[in-house]
Design a binder for this molecule. Structure first.
Ligand code: HEM
Length: 477
């Protein structure tokens, strides 16, 4: 079959699928009548303006801002084949995130569900979700992270040494760094060599298939993503079996979960995870922890270059820490646990960049908000980017100003790591990675941006489109 007939077949298939989706959603459309907003063209909805504004400098913010001005805090739209209600504000945050009465569940895209599997933390809900969170949360606690600190510190020093006198794409470098950290933390993967290359190659294919069309056809991104997932699972199967045989014992995340999963554990032990659960959740942590931390680190370095006064204050905090060490290059655990200004800079980065611009949920029962009746089954998105740019909460919201976090904020004003039962379990690890990396960067190097383009990639996690190229020099020159 030549390419053009394959393309026609794919197009026909997509039209038929879209037709079914459209017919199915027709009843919701009529019920949504009273919710303000516009559903755009049949089938296409407002997808074109959504996609074009998504990649602009202000990203999704300009799409939601225009509609909020026209329709208010709650509005309907139809994008990417989905009828969706967008809502914003602290009250919406409380209703959607607090988990109270279980009125919503997480609403993952079809591609995400298929790749991460049915037992992932992101595809389960209720009691099963609670149990998984407890098991996964334990090895991600601040105390448990101590044992990976040395590795993160060494890797940051080594990575940055490679930047000396060079032009680098910060996004690519941050991506390599964060993947090495998380792969080491989860399964003791060596930072260099064949195993790391395999993880990286498969992971790249998996990551890029989330925002693809759900076509399980050879040559399509989604099909490639599923194949890469299978290769990754085969790799994990072999690691798990060696660990079980006792041939290889490590002190990592996988080992902690395997210990709970051991044959000695009673059959009804609530801490027992099946192999499928182990693999689904290891992949989930890799996916959820990689792009987010990569994007945050890159935005932070970009915002620092654009705000020399903040850079100066932050450098002073790190220089003070370094001076107290009397010559040693390596950070200590107590130093990294005491970087108050750095934590404010991280929070301000997550506010201004809002790398996850909305949180997707599905109503599991009828409820009302701002006089709008939401029906069971509807897709609802919490528009976080508008909350992070609300001038009543964050005056002059475009300004990068870490002092906004000098005092505690009201609940549900700042959602950099989310809130409630779905709040990010990897928060401590992400902060640790960023603090360590920033310390070594600021103490030894300065950098100059080589491209001022502010556009963002059209991906679920917001990242600079130009990957932020910079020229790096040692600080003393
Ligand atoms: C700066 C980096 C990070 C940011 C900004 C971030 C942000 C978030 C946010 C906002 C949520 C909640 C989404 C929602 O409610 O729909 C979330 C959930 C999640 N994050 Fe992170 N995250 C980061 C790093 C990490 C890391 C390093 C890991 C893993 C090691 C991780 C694993 C997860 C998982 C598994 C969930 C889903 C939790 C659940 O559904 O119960 N994240 N993250």
């Amino acid at each position: 079959m030549d390419l053009s007939s394959l393309q026609i077949l794919v197009l026909l298939f997509m039209l038929i699928v879209s037709g079914f989706i459209w017919l199915h959603s027709w009843s919701s459309t009529s019920q949504m009548g009273r919710i303000p907003g516009c559903l755009g063209w049949p089938l296409i909805g407002e997808t074109f303006s959504f996609i074009s504004e998504f990649s602009s400098a202000s990203g999704i913010h300009s799409f939601v801002r225009k509609r909020r001005q026209l329709y208010g805090k709650v509005f309907k739209t139809s994008v990417l084949g989905r009828l969706t209600i967008f809502m914003t504000g602290r009250e919406a945050g409380r209703i959607l995130l607090s988990g109270k009465d279980g009125i919503v569940s997480l609403n993952l895209f079809y591609t995400g569900k298929q790749v991460l599997g049915p037992t992932s933390l992101l595809t389960t809900s209720g009691e099963e979700h609670k149990r998984l969170r407890r098991l996964i949360g334990e090895p991600l606690s601040m105390d448990a992270l101590k044992k990976y600190f040395q590795f993160i510190d060494d890797l940051a020093i080594k990575t940055l040494e490679g930047w000396r006198g060079r032009t680098v794409f910060v996004l690519e470098e941050a991506s390599t760094f964060t993947l090495k950290v998380i792969a080491h933390m989860i399964m003791s993967a060596e930072p260099y060599g064949e195993e790391q290359e395999k993880i990286r190659a498969n992971f790249k294919v998996i990551s890029s298939c989330f925002a693809s069309l759900p076509l399980k056809i050879p040559g399509c991104a989604f099909h490639r993503g599923l194949k890469a997932r299978n290769r990754m699972y085969a790799m994990l199967d072999s690691i798990i079996s060696k660990r079980r045989d006792g041939k290889d014992v490590r002190h990592d995340f996988l080992q902690t979960l395997l210990r709970k999963h051991s044959k000695e554990a009673a059959d009804d032990d609530l801490d027992k995870l099946t192999d499928a659960q182990l693999k689904d959740n290891i992949l989930t942590l890799l996916v959820a922890g990689h792009d987010t931390t990569t994007a945050s680190l890159t935005w932070l370095i970009k915002f620092l270059a654009e705000n020399p006064d903040v850079l100066q204050n932050l450098r002073e905090e790190h220089m003070r820490i370094q001076e107290r060490r009397h010559g040693s290059l390596h950070l200590t655990w107590s130093e990294v646990s005491n970087m108050p200004y750095t934590i404010k800079v991280i929070n301000e980065t997550l506010r201004k960049a809002t790398i996850l611009p909305w949180f997707s949920r599905k109503a599991t029962q009828d409820f009302s908000i701002d006089g709008c009746d939401i029906k069971k089954g509807w897709a609802v998105n919490l528009d976080v980017v508008s909350m992070h740019h609300d001038p009543d909460v964050f005056p002059n919201p475009e300004k990068f100003d870490p002092s906004r976090f000098d005092n505690p904020l009201k609940p549900f004003s700042f959602l950099g790591f989310g809130s409630g039962p779905r709040m990010c379990p990897g928060m401590n690890l992400a902060k640790l990675e960023i603090c360590v990396f920033v310390h070594h960067l600021l103490c030894r190097f300065k950098w100059r941006p080589l491209d001022e383009d502010n556009c963002v990639q059209p991906t679920l996690v917001r990242m600079p489109k130009n990957k932020y190229p910079v020229a790096v020099e040692p600080l003393e020159t």
